[in-house]
Design a protein. Structure first.
Length: 688
């Protein structure tokens, strides 16, 4: 069957100048190297030629395939493979009893593709050759795809959308190229695409590009998520052509489509069912589908979706959100789709409403929004455009919680629960987060004159493995109050905050933040681990402590202007413990940011947090029982000596950072992050 599919001299892959028969020969050669004995084989793919060859090679030898992203964590791959009984692709030149040109039946399972996980845990969906061919044929029939047409693969090959582009091309003997989903530039394509499958984010990038008119005669196939009206209006404004579609992994991609048009009124619908798809609407208003394109996972090829629909006067179907997205808050039904649509149409680029369980209201509404609005602006917009009971109760900036080009609402739901918990327990303490709240939690405390954002570089290296929280300490960042109690009570309040989270916490502090972290640990705070970066355990001599306190309490006494503050900062960072920090590429931007701060608040904090106010902790260090690490730059001789003392006398692990001084997480971010990751991973393994 695969040989018949590829039996043509027509051009198949344009950049590689490969005909169908050329490609088939490469697949045969590759198939000879595959040595898996098992029927079910998993492969990690990217949008490249070798991945496409691997897919067809496995089909040639009669294998069923599980498709994973090349960025899929090995832990997830091992877990899913074990659940499904699959083995990763093996190549050693000995294909055992694998039969080349194995006879495939249309009803045989061709592949398992994971659902996007937009609303729940990803599920592996089995799709037969009949499913794939039926879907491809009804697409080609509807759009009249034929030899000579060019359909580049611009969606991930491990998603149903990407794989189906290849199947459509093969069935029509058209041509393709394998392109990166993030790159919609003219240079990525061999020529102007005949049809280009895109999600709204990709189309938005094209419409805002100086190269947009390269796609003037391209027909855009819109899918993956609802396209907001502003983008549809841009299509019309530029006289582009598009077709909106509807489908899912379970239906082998799209099974509904609109006519090809520039009309926003048509494109805001998903059109009508394609030739081999039949549909009905259930009593609760959800869409019921049947047809040969639907996975065998569903009896009789029939699936009852959770998508709410209506039909307009032209017979076009409109998706009104998901039945399982609708939730009750304070006795009122909340439809996220309705709120998101209103915000889209009022200039919010990305808006996602999540319902989170709540004892008082049953659910509360959480809005994740993009960074084109401040929190006060988005709250004002919601109050202006939404009925009072539809205004969200919590507002959080959107972080990209997904691999690829779609935001996963299931991830946002987990994030919303975590952020509400932190917000409630932290009370007025400002914070930022990154990562997966289902993984180990790390809390970071910055140094003197720092802020929570100082940890963003570290976050980039750790966010795939941990849930990361950075707080502003009193007098710093956004945590500014004139009442001095908030500074005096910080350590007590911070300890209560961690206790009330009621979950294991790793605590990391830098310099002043390290001393605050150590103070909390010595108060009996139950931590999973403690990490001190360039932290002091106290001044031994009492007279020296008094001198230090007096000096710190007058640090900003003579600073009245920005110029004087600049001179002070320049002097401060000339201290030998900071080494070559002034030559760091981010130093100037860091300095400019500090110049925006009122030094009065730093002074207020220093009056309380000065090392001169801190007791010598050496006599109490024996009370620490959690795993603990100290990190210092090798060029910071003062704190290097303190770290050696922590290592030799008090049982700390010690990781010196080469070519760094006091602030190792800025000067050697990757080295610092790796040291942290190795240490924390060992403590997690130890606990297990």
């Amino acid at each position: 069957m695969i040989k018949d599919l590829l039996d043509s001299d027509h051009l198949f892959i344009e950049k590689e100048k490969l005909s169908y028969r050329d490609f088939y020969k490469l697949c045969l050669e590759n198939a000879h190297t595959i040595s898996n004995r098992s029927k079910l084989v998993s492969i990690q793919v990217t949008n490249d030629l070798q991945s496409l060859i691997d897919i067809f090679s496995l089909w040639i030898i009669g294998k069923e395939i599980i498709l994973y992203s090349a960025q899929e964590p090995q832990s997830s791959l091992l877990k899913y493979n074990k659940e499904l009984g699959a083995t990763p692709i093996e190549k050693n030149g000995n294909h055992f009893n694998n039969t080349l040109e194995s006879t495939n039946s249309l009803l045989d399972t061709a592949c398992y593709i994971f659902t996007s996980g937009s609303t729940s845990r990803p599920v592996a969906i089995p799709l037969s050759f009949e499913n794939l061919f039926s879907s491809a044929d009804q697409f080609n029939d509807f759009y009249h795809v034929e030899h000579g047409h060019y359909l580049p693969i611009t969606l991930p090959l491990y998603h149903i959308g990407g794989l189906m582009i290849a199947m459509r091309v093969v069935r029509a003997k058209a041509s393709l190229d394998l392109c990166q989903a993030s790159n919609m530039k003219e240079a990525e394509f061999s020529r102007r695409p005949s049809f280009l499958s895109v999600v709204p984010l990709q189309l938005d990038r094209i419409l805002n590009s100086t190269e947009k008119f390269f796609f003037k005669d391209t027909i855009f196939i819109l899918g993956g998520a609802k396209t907001k009206m502003k983008i549809l209006e841009e299509i019309q404004k530029n006289n582009f052509l598009a077709s909106s579609t509807y489908g899912m992994t379970e239906t082998s991609a799209m099974c509904f489509a609109t006519e090809v048009t520039s009309s926003p009124e048509v494109l805001e619908s998903v059109g009508k069912p394609l030739r081999e798809t039949t549909c009905s609407i259930s009593k609760n208003g959800t869409l019921v589908l049947s047809g040969k394109c639907i996975s065998s996972l569903f009896p009789n090829g029939k699936i009852q979706t959770k998508d709410l629909v209506r039909i307009d006067e032209h017979g076009n179907y409109h998706i009104q959100g998901r039945a399982d997205d609708v939730f009750i808050s304070g006795g009122e039904n909340i439809n996220p789709h309705e709120i998101e649509e209103t915000l889209f149409n009022n200039g919010v680029k990305e808006a996602y409403i999540i319902g989170v369980e709540d004892e008082k209201f049953q659910h509360v509404s959480v809005l994740f929004y993009d960074d084109s609005f401040s929190e006060s602006e988005i709250i004002s917009l919601c109050k202006k455009t939404l009925h009072p009971h539809k205004v969200p109760r919590h507002f959080f900036k959107l972080e990209r919680c997904t691999q690829g080009i779609k935001v996963k609402k299931s991830n946002l739901h987990k994030m919303a629960q975590a952020l509400i918990l932190i917000k409630q327990k932290a009370k007025s303490i400002p914070f930022i987060t990154a990562g997966d709240p289902e993984k180990d939690w790390i809390i970071f405390l910055h140094g003197f004159m720092g802020q929570k954002e100082d940890w963003l570089g570290t976050f980039e290296f750790l966010k795939d493995d941990f849930f990361l929280i950075a707080l502003d300490c009193p007098g710093h960042g956004d945590y500014l109050q004139d009442d001095q109690d908030y500074i005096q009570d910080f350590i007590s309040n911070f300890c209560n905050f961690i206790r009330e989270l009621k979950r294991p916490i790793h605590l990391v502090g830098y310099s002043q933040g390290a001393r605050l972290a150590l103070s909390c640990a010595l108060k009996g705070l139950n931590l999973s681990s403690l990490v001190l970066e360039s932290g002091s355990i106290g001044i031994v001599d009492e007279d020296e402590r008094k001198k230090r306190l007096a000096s710190d309490q007058s640090m900003f006494k003579n600073i009245k202007t920005k110029e004087q503050l600049y001179d002070f900062l320049d002097y401060w960072y000339s201290n030998p413990i900071f080494g070559t920090i002034k030559s760091h590429p981010d130093f100037i931007s860091m300095l400019k940011n500090k110049l925006k701060h009122n030094p009065k608040y730093w002074q207020d904090a220093l009056n309380v947090f000065s090392v001169g106010n801190q007791a010598d902790f050496r006599d109490k260090m024996k009370n620490l029982s959690m795993p603990r690490l100290t990190i210092t730059g090798v060029h910071d001789h003062k704190y290097y000596a303190q770290s050696k003392e922590l290592e030799t006398k008090f049982g700390f692990a010690f990781t010196p950072i080469t070519d760094a001084s006091h602030n190792t997480h800025l000067q050697r971010t990757e080295q610092f992050s790796n040291a942290l990751k190795i240490f924390l991973s060992s403590t997690i393994s130890y606990k297990k």
